[in-house]
Design a protein around this ligand. Structure first.
Ligand code: GAL
Ligand code: ZN
Length: 646
């Protein structure tokens, strides 16, 4: 396992570099990411390149046995470029060019920007192609879907629609443009959503395509850069650092273009008091591993209190720096790079804390980081071991976007539905994969498909086939609602999943912040919230009924036999304990080895390979945990991880 740091040589006096690099080497840092925002220093004026400072820094790292990842600097075009070619700047939702305020001030589609971006990326790749210290490349920084209202993007969008629909008639039909007299009679009437992207009044079908194209832009932009690097460096290892931003790219398409996934991992430092708040963060790590179903990197890892554009948050509690990095290993990261070596004394991010404080005096957090480096060395034999899972949760890129465009009811959130499923199974110490809805699921025992809102025939077929062959499927309310255009399907819910679930929805009640209750056949009751499907069974059996409101007594949770398998349908959003109850039942029925009775916030995952089975046992809480695991006493301090090999 490898530990690294993010370092910005251009932020510090040249005289500090040597001491920094030596302290890194002495502490056990093995890799450094750099240069991802340094365009103005790499190309101080048009066509005049200066890589000498970067050569020098990389040389120092090499002399100290530290590898580097170069970030391409395309997130921040330099001022001279913006002044010379203002057309590279993105436009906001008024159609006016955004001023150069912060960073990310470039339209990914601008041909002029592409020319300059391509040139600097090509120069960097050419310059470092034989440098053995450069082990990987990061494209840009935290790429988000390209929501831009400039002329270039508008034209591109119209072309994209022409390709997709062929004729205006087909497009008008697909969008239902007859509503509110929205029919287009010429392609150039198609505008972007001026006035705001997330306006609830906009046509959902039109918005869905706008989002889809904006996400495709990112994939294409990553491919553009990756091709340039690969044309200079055969076998270059290329990634981009991704995260859960508002306008998500399509993780699956994006990383199809790249060699490995890397993630910016900032778990919260605030421990919640509400037991309904899922305090694990593991869901994000499992989603990242699930993108390529391979081990991944953390490119930025929490190192101290976060702040700057928001009020500062609590500092990392003792144990968190070590614990959260090891938690990432436990979920399939092989390299964890901490953001950042030292807190910036300058610039907008001076209150986003690194490992060392403004004073440059290494303190408590740094000592903990040094311990982490030693621990990581002791886990070296686990490199390349992997997590294998019997349980998967499907993530639907299309549904995620559609829910964002059209919120369902107060409090309802798609990612929360994923978390509830993930957490329910993870509670039993089993590995859980979060995977693309289009992934091959034949190797799993149970697949959760919460809120598959946008319907894709191929996904439905895959779930039917899976159940047919003996798998267990868990579907929920808001499955099968929309067609591929984000229009409602005219059929009783869950529409295409009706046969699989053996039930249908006669009516639904979006109760939002209201509360209801359900009662299982065994008498156990749970609170329910946000959404209530009133279910009628066709062939399914009822396992829980509503205990509140005018539909009291009606089915709320059902199970159906289908082929050699089983399909559950959960018609409401319950308390966490309700999902845990169901997960326990499913694990037992599906014969998946699991652990009953783990204390709350103890997380266990297993990595196997190299003839080793390693169990990672993590106390993700601020309290000491003591419990028995396979007859052995385990005692873990707050955020402590222990690794048990067999
Ligand atoms: C990340 C970003 C970094 C830095 C960090 C802390 O999202 O990639 O460049 O901004 O957050 O704010
Ligand atoms: Zn644009």
């Amino acid at each position: 396992m490898i530990i690294g740091v993010d370092y910005y040589p251009e932020h510090w006096d040249r005289e500090m570099w040597q001491a920094d690099v030596e302290l890194m080497a002495e502490t056990g840092v093995k890799v450094v990411r750099l240069a991802e925002f340094a365009w103005c220093r790499l190309e101080p004026s048009d066509g005049e390149f200066d890589f000498s400072w970067l050569d020098e820094a990389i040389g120092m790292f090499a002399d100290n046995g530290i590898d580097v990842v170069i970030g391409t600097p395309t997130n921040c075009p330099p001022r001279w470029l913006c002044a010379k070619h203002p057309e590279i700047l993105p436009a906001g939702d008024s159609g006016k060019t955004n001023p150069i305020g912060i960073r990310g001030h470039r339209c990914l589609n601008s041909p002029v920007f592409r020319e300059y971006a391509g040139r600097i990326v090509g120069r960097l790749a050419e310059h470092y192609k034989d440098n053995k210290s450069v082990i990987a490349w990061q494209i840009d920084n935290e790429l988000e879907a390209n929501i831009c209202y400039c002329d270039t993007c508008n034209k591109k969008h119209r072309e994209w629609l022409k390709n997709r629909y062929g004729s205006l008639g087909a497009l008008n039909r697909a969008y239902g443009n007859v509503v509110w007299s929205g029919e287009y009679s010429s392609w150039d009437q198609i505008d972007p959503p001026y006035g705001g992207y997330n306006q609830a009044w906009l046509n959902p079908a039109y918005m869905h395509d706008f989002q889809r194209r904006a996400a495709e832009d990112v994939t294409e932009f990553a491919r553009f850069q990756a091709d340039i690097i690969r044309s200079r460096i055969a076998g270059a290892k290329i990634t981009t650092n991704t995260w859960f931003c508002t306008n998500l790219p399509d993780f699956y398409e994006l990383f199809d273009e790249l060699d490995f996934v890397s993630y910016d991992n900032y778990p919260t430092t605030n421990i919640p008091y509400d037991s309904e708040d899922i305090f694990t963060h593991a869901v994000h790590l499992d989603l990242m591993r699930g993108i390529k179903r391979k081990n991944f990197w953390i490119m930025e890892q929490l190192s101290g209190g976060m702040g700057c554009w928001m009020p500062m948050q609590k500092t990392t509690r003792p144990g968190m720096i070590k614990g959260y990095a090891l938690q990432a290993f436990a979920h399939g990261a092989d390299t964890v790079v901490h953001f950042r070596w030292r807190t910036a004394n300058i610039g907008a991010e001076m209150h986003w804390h690194g490992l060392i404080d403004h004073s440059n005096v290494p303190g408590r957090r740094f000592s903990e980081f040094a311990e982490l480096c030693k621990d990581a060395e002791s886990l070296a034999d686990l490199r390349g071991t992997q997590l294998r899972s019997d349980i998967a949760v499907m993530f639907s890129v299309g549904s995620e976007a559609a829910f964002r465009l059209q919120p369902q009811t107060d409090g309802y959130n798609y990612m929360e539905q994923i978390k509830l499923m993930h957490q329910a199974f993870a509670r039993y110490g089993v590995n859980v994969d979060i995977i693309d809805e289009h992934a091959d699921i034949s190797g799993y025992k149970a697949v959760c498909a919460p809120a598959l809102y946008i319907t894709d025939r191929a996904v439905a077929d895959s779930l039917y086939g899976f159940a047919e062959n003996g798998g267990t499927v868990i579907l929920t309310a808001r499955c099968g609602v929309k067609d591929e255009h984000n229009n409602c399907i005219m059929s009783e819910l869950p529409t295409v999943y009706r046969e699989l679930t053996g039930c249908h929805v006669s009516e639904y009640d979006p109760i939002g912040w209201g509360k209801g209750s359900i009662k299982f056949n065994d008498g156990e009751s749970f609170m329910c919230k946000q959404w209530c499907d009133v279910i009628e069974t066709d062939t399914a059996e009822v396992i829980a009924r509503y205990d509140s409101d005018f539909y009291a007594g009606k089915p709320a949770v059902t199970v159906n036999s289908f082929g050699r398998g089983t399909a559950y349908y959960i018609g409401t959003v319950g308390e966490r304990r309700m999902y845990e109850k169901l997960a326990g039942k499913i694990l037992k029925e599906a014969g998946v080895p699991h652990i009953d009775g783990l204390p709350e916030n103890v997380e266990i995952t297993t990595r196997t390979g190299n003839g080793i089975t390693a169990r990672f046992v993590f106390n993700n809480s601020g309290e000491k945990k003591e419990f028995l695991l396979d007859g052995t006493d385990i005692c873990l301090a707050p955020f402590e991880m222990t690794v048990i090999r067999s």
